[in-house]
Design a protein around this ligand. Structure first.
Ligand code: ATP
Ligand code: MG
Length: 203
């Protein structure tokens, strides 16, 4: 009998992808013995409708550039190509249909994990996947843990400490807008793409 595949899903807006995302995915892969991690750029993130999110093809392309050197990483267009709003519940359900025998792990940063409680069909997600919540500077994972226990949330959540990397996409966008360097915050190919395509220059 072959061993069930263990698949990580790293969801995000990736506007742009940076080393915080990449190191989180890599450490989750190692710690939880994942066979691979699928990066899943969000189509129209419901939570981020307020601000203009960059073109999905630009975000997709940057994720491709940043992940293609890692044989365990790949990128999916599933959410980008699905019409309408993006809900993780729908994505996990669809993935479970494609990989019925695999164990799915949805990887999030500590800030994002607490939002899960407000997601569409939050309690139903446990049918399809477990969560890996990675620490992120400035966010208290114990608080999240307590909250989930309090509400008796029916989803398995594993916690993972990763080295403090306070990089965020907003920080990068602000730096580009101000004309500052983004070197060493993300893959050099992503930085070149941002400059070449003049992303994040204006509000
Ligand atoms: P923004 O600043 O626009 O919100 P972001 O850097 O938070 O962008 P997202 O695309 O929103 O990036 O994040 C996707 C996922 O990656 C989320 O689960 C988030 O918590 C996680 N993440 C982002 N940055 C880091 C980081 N530096 N360390 C660990 N996890 C991170
Ligand atoms: Mg974020």
């Amino acid at each position: 009998m072959t061993k069930a595949q263990r698949i990580g899903i790293m969801g995000g807006t990736f506007d742009p992808i940076h080393f915080g995302h990449l190191v989180t995915a890599e450490h989750a892969r190692e710690a939880f013995k994942l066979d691979r991690v699928i990066f899943m750029p969000a189509g129209v993130p419901v939570m981020k409708k307020g601000r203009g999110v960059s073109d999905k093809e630009d975000r997709f392309h940057m994720v491709e550039l940043a992940t293609k050197q890692n044989p365990h990483f790949c990128v999916s267009r599933m959410e980008l190509d699905r019409p309408g709003d993006t809900y993780t519940y729908d994505t996990l359900k669809e993935l479970k249909g494609i990989y019925p025998d695999a164990k799915l792990f949805f990887i999030t940063g500590a800030d994002a994990i607490i939002d899960v409680l407000t997601w569409k069909n939050a309690e139903g997600i446990g049918k399809y996947a477990s969560f890996i919540a990675a620490t992120r500077p400035g966010y208290d994972i114990d608080e999240a843990e307590k909250k989930f226990k309090q509400v008796n949330f029916p989803v398995e959540i594993c916690y993972l400490e990763i080295p403090a990397l306070a990089i965020s996409s907003s920080y990068m966008r602000d730096r580009v807008r101000a004309g500052n360097s983004i070197r060493y915050l993300t893959d050099a190919k992503v930085a070149s793409y941002i400059h070449k395509h003049k992303l994040y220059r204006k509000h």
